[in-house]
Design a protein around this ligand. Structure first.
Ligand SMILES: Cc1cc2nc3c(=O)[nH]c(=O)nc-3n(C[C@H](O)[C@H](O)[C@H](O)COP(=O)(O)OP(=O)(O)OC[C@H]3O[C@@H](n4cnc5c(N)ncnc54)[C@H](O)[C@@H]3O)c2cc1C
Length: 421
């Protein structure tokens, strides 16, 4: 604390990190927010980038721009690779950054359950570059299918497999089905995109297990109407560039999307701290690490208990609530004020869209499906977008797409070795 103001370092400018920084805007502290990317990504709409409905710049914003008015905040683009808790410095790929208070908000990554070699064949969706990579693969699969004279190859190119039927898997499957059945049919001459096979594979007994059974049945029926094959109770045993092996049989497919598992960032290993099975840092009710009241972990990288004793879920509102709480706690300490009571998570609800005019919403006792659910889902997502400009742009684009079924971002900007062929 050289000039008397505590130095607060926040690692990660996702939902949790940005919220923590904002909660410190009026506090007598100097905030440094470090991220390996220069932008904050609105992950809930990433699947729309992957399916060409939105462009990357619609769902990601420069961190500097978000915090431009916050005079006590400095943004650094650097990759953190360790923490020296004794010297109180964060190590990055370029500089060391000293802290008095440290907030770790580094999120999560895909988990291939010990089979990282599947990643090349089955990319997951987490960052902007994942969205554009999956978009490229989907669009190239249709292009190659138009060219090939080999019927087996055409079938493989027109088969899309999504592994994991949580909200992301369901949203991807519904959107790919709409691309094939509604957007593309008039654009090709040698293939009928409507014949594309879209398979959603889930190891558990039902899709979207976080929802009540009735709502997950609604989602499954809606997907079936859109032409998605749902396979529950089915375990994937291998993924390669030409398909997936199942416990019983194989599906030849040129496009595989991984939406099955997540693992926390390596924050726990940087600290040598206790963690749960998903690698999330165990935190005390103030969201700090046991024995380190100056180090906090929030969002997807933290294992915190909710009021019912169950873990706080890895969703954006939870990360934001934790970020806000930690920001207020640090601000109170810096001002010598009474700190807030221990963190208490409030679950707002669960929502997911199944595509055009169909979504499920569960807010306490309120359950919405169909068009009403979709309208609610759209309004909520637009409300939570960071920039006002994007709210208008996306609202208009969704309205346009709703009427025309068009997808404006169907660009292939490069072709790579591992693309469908
Ligand atoms: C495809 C997808 C769809 C989703 N849909 C929904 C939804 O509909 N509703 C919902 O509520 N939630 C949804 N989620 C979950 C939600 O996005 C996360 O719970 C939320 O982003 C967690 O926030 P966070 O701040 O913990 O981490 P993140 O938002 O992931 O941010 C982590 C930040 O840390 C940075 N970082 C990571 N490692 C380092 C490092 N070593 N050095 C520097 N910076 C680093 C990253 O670049 C990133 O900016 C979705 C997630 C995904 C992937």
């Amino acid at each position: 604390m050289p000039d008397g103001r505590p130095r607060v370092v926040i690692v990660g400018a996702g939902f949790g990190g940005i919220e923590a920084a904002r909660a410190l805007a009026r506090a007598p502290v100097d905030v440094t927010i470090i991220d390996r990317q220069n932008h904050h990504c609105f992950q809930p709409l990433l699947y729309q980038v992957a399916t060409a409905a939105l462009s990357p710049a619609d769902v990601a914003w420069p961190i500097r721009r978000i915090l431009r008015r916050q005079k006590n905040a400095t943004v650094l683009m650097a990759e953190v690779n360790g923490i020296d808790t004794a010297r109180r410095v964060v190590r990055t790929d370029s500089v060391e950054v000293a802290y008095d208070d440290l907030v770790l908000a580094t999120g999560a990554a895909h988990s291939y359950f010990g089979h990282d070699e599947w990643a090349e064949a089955a990319p997951g969706l987490k960052r902007i570059e994942d969205g554009t990579r999956i978009r490229r693969r989907i669009l190239i699969a249709f292009e190659r299918a138009e060219i090939t004279a080999d019927e087996a190859a055409r079938r493989r190119l027109l088969t899309f497999v999504i592994v994991g039927a949580g909200a992301t898997g369901v949203e991807m499957a519904g959107a790919i089905a709409e691309v094939a059945r509604e957007t593309l049919p008039m654009d090709f001459r040698h293939i009928d995109p409507r014949t594309a096979r879209i398979v959603l594979i889930e190891a558990g007994p039902r899709i979207m297990p976080a929802l009540p059974e009735k709502l997950s049945e609604y989602v499954q029926a809606t997907l079936a109407r859109k032409g998605v094959e749902v396979m529950t109770g089915t375990r994937v045993t291998n993924c390669d560039l030409h398909g997936v092996d199942l416990e019983h049989g194989r599906i030849d497919a040129s496009t595989i999307i991984w939406a099955a598992g997540v693992v926390a960032s390596p924050a726990a290993s940087w600290l040598g701290a206790a963690h749960d099975r998903a690698g999330r840092v165990q935190v005390v009710p103030e969201l700090s690490v046991a024995g380190h009241p100056e180090i906090f972990a929030i969002g997807d990288t933290a294992a915190a208990a909710g009021p019912d004793g169950r873990p706080v879920p890895g969703i954006a509102p939870a990360a934001k609530q934790m970020g806000r709480y930690v920001g207020r706690l640090i601000a109170a300490r810096a001002a010598g004020a009474k700190p807030p009571p221990p963190f208490r998570y409030r679950h707002g609800g669960d929502l997911a869209t199944v595509g055009h005019g169909a979504a499920v919403v569960k807010l306490g006792r309120l359950e919405l499906t169909g068009f009403l659910g979709w309208l609610f889902w759209s309004v909520v997502h637009i409300y939570f977008l960071v920039e006002v400009r994007e709210r208008f742009v996306i609202a208009f684009r969704w309205l346009w797409d709703y009427v025309t079924y068009q997808r404006g971002a169907r660009l292939i900007t490069e072709v790579r070795r591992d693309d469908p062929r």
